[in-house]
Design a protein around this ligand. Structure first.
Ligand code: UT7
Length: 325
């Protein structure tokens, strides 16, 4: 069996910072509430003329450089996003064109906050079965474009950003296991109701603010803790290792209280958990991959270390992956 691993990493975080103090001026909230309930202090917001593909392209270029590859070496581009530039064409097509990755096939996947791990699993299969050599996987979101800035329940949570990796055959280490799951019966807990074929855009949908993300956070919280705990356990079991063998856990960053509750259930010490929610908020599919990129940049993990990615989001969907860097 081929070994498949990450050979390059990149990220792009927009320059503009929106702090909790800024939000205090926009809705009835407080730095104290946001910090204690979520762990978020600030988030990045893309500019008006920046689409999600712009963030994705910058992250992709950094990952290519890190891998020492050119865009011509890419066989496939997968963009995990729920905030694509437009419904058609795919954001991946826009990225492919911008990079001049002429021989690369390209498509988007929609798996919300688990999108990056879903993307990893697809790229992994293509390399293992010999179809492709180098696959670019991007998790990118411009959630600010779909955030209701009048709804304090959601607008304090999200941020924009992109992370990317190049998957290739490696001599040692690589992906040891990937576990994916879905429970479509709870799709009402986190969704964006209008703009699709179920509820096409109309004056009424705009008037009723249906083009924004809706969340029943409290209910979601409990399911997130339970599901992320189970997903981590399954991925480790499939990899044939235990938490003692893991150097760092990079979880989806929806809420630091969710992450710490998962850590407690699993009996893991806090120093084994990577958090960037304080700086970036919840960036859906971009959270886990930018977490991994920054953990490497900060020296929290190095080549040869074992990392567990663990995500959960709207769908409901989840995914966990054990990878040796
Ligand atoms: O990324 C995909 C997965 N996402 C998740 O898993 C998110 C999971 N959920 C959460 O992270 C949390 O549930 C939230 C952060 C969304 C909310 O925290 P909570 O502790 O569950 O608060 P709550 O929704 O139970 O609301 C408690 C109170 C309410 O007031 P009342 O009804 O008790 O008077 C809310 O209206 O807090 C109020 N509230 C706020 N107050 C100040 C809600 N949002 C705010 C706010 N500022 N921004």
């Amino acid at each position: 069996m081929k070994k498949v691993g990450i050979i390059g990493l990149g990220e792009c975080l927009p320059e503009k910072i929106l702090s909790n103090a800024d939000l205090e001026k926009m809705v009835e909230t407080s730095d104290e509430w946001i910090t204690t309930r979520t762990g978020i202090k600030q988030r990045r917001i893309a500019s008006e003329n920046e689409a999600v593909s712009d963030l994705a392209i910058k992250a992709a270029r950094e990952a290519l450089k890190d891998a020492g590859l050119s865009a011509a070496d890419l066989d496939l581009i997968i963009v995990a996003t729920i905030t694509g530039d437009m419904p058609m064409p795919s954001t991946a097509s826009i990225v492919q064109n911008a990079l001049s990755a002429k021989k690369a096939a390209a498509f988007d996947i929609s798996a919300a906050c688990a999108g990056f791990v879903y993307g990893l699993s697809i790229g992994y299969q293509f390399i293992v079965n010999g179809s492709y050599k180098n696959v670019l996987i991007i998790g990118a979101e411009k959630l600010s474009a779909f955030t209701d800035w009048k709804d304090r329940n959601t607008c304090v949570l999200f941020g924009d950003g992109a992370g990317a990796c190049i998957l290739s055959e490696v001599k040692s280490g690589g992906i040891a296991s990937i576990y994916l799951g879905c429970d479509g019966s709870n799709l009402n807990l986190l969704n964006l109701p209008a703009g699709g074929s179920r509820m096409p855009a109309s004056e009424e949908t705009v008037r009723n603010r249906m083009h924004y993300i809706k969340m029943q956070g409290n209910e979601l919280f409990k399911i997130a803790v339970r599901t992320m705990t189970e997903a981590a356990q399954v991925a480790l079991e499939q990899a044939g290792i235990t938490f003692k063998d893991v150097d760092l856990i990079v979880p989806h960053q929806a809420n630091s209280r969710i992450i710490m509750a998962v850590a407690k259930r699993l009996g893991i010490s806090e120093d084994k958990i990577y958090l960037n929610i304080e700086k970036y908020g919840n960036m859906s599919s971009a959270s886990t991959i930018t977490g991994l990129v920054e953990a490497v940049k900060e020296g929290r993990v190095k080549k040869g270390d074992t990392v567990l990615l663990d995500c959960f989001g709207g769908g409901l969907v989840w995914g966990a992956c054990v990878i040796n860097l």
